[in-house]
Design a protein around this ligand. Structure first.
Ligand SMILES: *Cc1c(COP(=O)(O)O)cnc(C)c1O
Length: 386
């Protein structure tokens, strides 16, 4: 299916709403029936139509069709956050006594789910270094139900081999899930490599304007329907129509934004690589990245987010660098129009800083839609404070 068709037309039935170009926000909680029999039939299959907007809603439906097609999936559900999508990908597939294998250091709230919430229900998680596929085969137990991946990781960009891992999982009837927030489906489609469920924080590249929080989960229709019928309706964590409309709007410019950001990111990286205060860059499509070959196999591009190690022996100097930035903002998240920075140091006590530990000198940068020179000048004046 053509990308332009997905973004501009798929799921839209303009004749149903006055031929308006922009789809309407169907801001309704409930839908009426003409007869009791019609109502009875719908009650038997809520997934198939409209009853109540905690379930299926027409504005959300337009978005679901587009997002599923982008992922190359049969169907998708859209949630009120990426964290909800993580929760709703895992919980439906585990019961008391089950085991999960997760790549190490996944997104913070995936870790909370695995470390704190699921153990209360006697579901245990083993973390493995995902760079070597043998670590997954060695961790498989008879009660393993899920292999959970995040590739690339959003701090160190470590990558997992989708094809190898999904082959291994299929042999043992284990479900594979991947957090694809870093690439978005524009740059990576894990389902093509055999992964069962793919999720992303739509807060990032899909929404693209730092004005809403949302998540997507895609896969085979049978899996999506199973999640919908119990966990989705029970948790009531689906996206609201207005936020779905913001995501449809965001999708219109996804390729334009990501192409631009990718180009600017390359320029920023080549500036930083040549700066005497920068030790090294960590970016999955950099020729020096240790998993560069696998990155090239699985990803058709990479944008916005990368890390770099600053040369300094003092935490205070590193802080001065961050505090001196005039246009690049100190904030969490990424994927919007504005460039951002976050030092690892912000999550540590100052007295724990060890200059010999490269990770303590790590800064994560997100490149937004600004002009490259505008960002380079800002970085340059702040690095010169070091
Ligand atoms: C932001 C993010 C999430 C969580 O998404 P929210 O929309 O913030 O709930 C999950 N995974 C990754 C890699 C993220 O960057």
């Amino acid at each position: 299916m053509d990308l332009s068709y997905i973004l501009n037309e798929l799921g839209e039935e303009r004749e149903l709403y006055f031929n308006a170009i922009a789809p309407p926000i169907i801001q309704t909680s409930n839908f009426k029936f003409n007869t009791v029999d019609e109502m009875r039939q719908r009650f038997k299959n809520e997934f198939g139509g409209y009853i109540y907007s905690r379930g299926i809603n027409p504005t959300v439906d337009i978005l679901r069709k587009k997002l599923a097609a982008l992922d190359g999936a049969e169907d998708a559900l859209v949630f009120n956050s990426g964290a909800s999508a993580i929760f709703s990908s895992v919980v439906p597939f585990v019961s008391k006594g089950d085991h999960i294998i997760s790549v190490k250091d996944p997104y913070t709230w995936a870790q909370k789910l695995f470390n704190e919430l699921l153990p209360r229900f006697d579901v245990q998680t083993t973390y493995v270094d995902g760079k070597d596929i043998h670590n997954f085969s060695a961790a498989i137990r008879p009660d393993t139900r899920i292999i959970y991946l995040e590739s690339p990781n959003s701090w160190d960009f470590a990558i997992q081999d989708f094809e190898g891992i999904s082959r291994l999982a299929k042999e043992k009837d284990i479900l594979t899930i991947v957090d694809n927030s870093y690439c978005s489906p524009y740059y990576q489609k894990p389902i093509q490599f055999g992964i069962d469920l793919v999720l992303q924080s739509a807060t990032k590249y899909i929404a693209g304007h730092s004005d809403t929080v949302a998540g997507v989960l895609s896969g085979k229709k049978a899996l999506i329907e199973k999640i919908f019928n119990l966990e989705y309706l029970t948790a009531g964590n689906g996206i609201q129509p207005f936020n779905a409309w913001l995501l449809i709007r965001g999708l219109r410019t996804l390729p334009a934004r990501l192409d631009r950001i990718s180009k600017t990111t390359r320029e920023i990286i080549s500036f930083l690589k040549n700066h005497p205060k920068v030790e090294r860059i960590i970016f999955p499509l950099d020729i020096n990245f240790p998993q560069f070959e696998l990155a090239q196999k699985q990803m058709t591009g990479s944008c916005g987010l990368f890390s770099f190690v600053v040369k300094t022996d003092e935490a205070r100097k590193l802080e001065t660098f961050c505090n001196s930035l005039k246009h690049i903002l100190l904030a969490v998240s990424w994927g919007g129009y504005e460039s951002l920075i976050i030092p690892k140091l912000a999550g540590m006590e100052l007295n724990a800083f060890d200059a010999d530990n490269e990770m303590h000198r790590l800064v994560r940068m997100y490149v937004g839609l600004e002009e490259a020179d505008y960002l380079i000048q800002d970085l340059n004046q702040a690095l010169n404070q070091l």
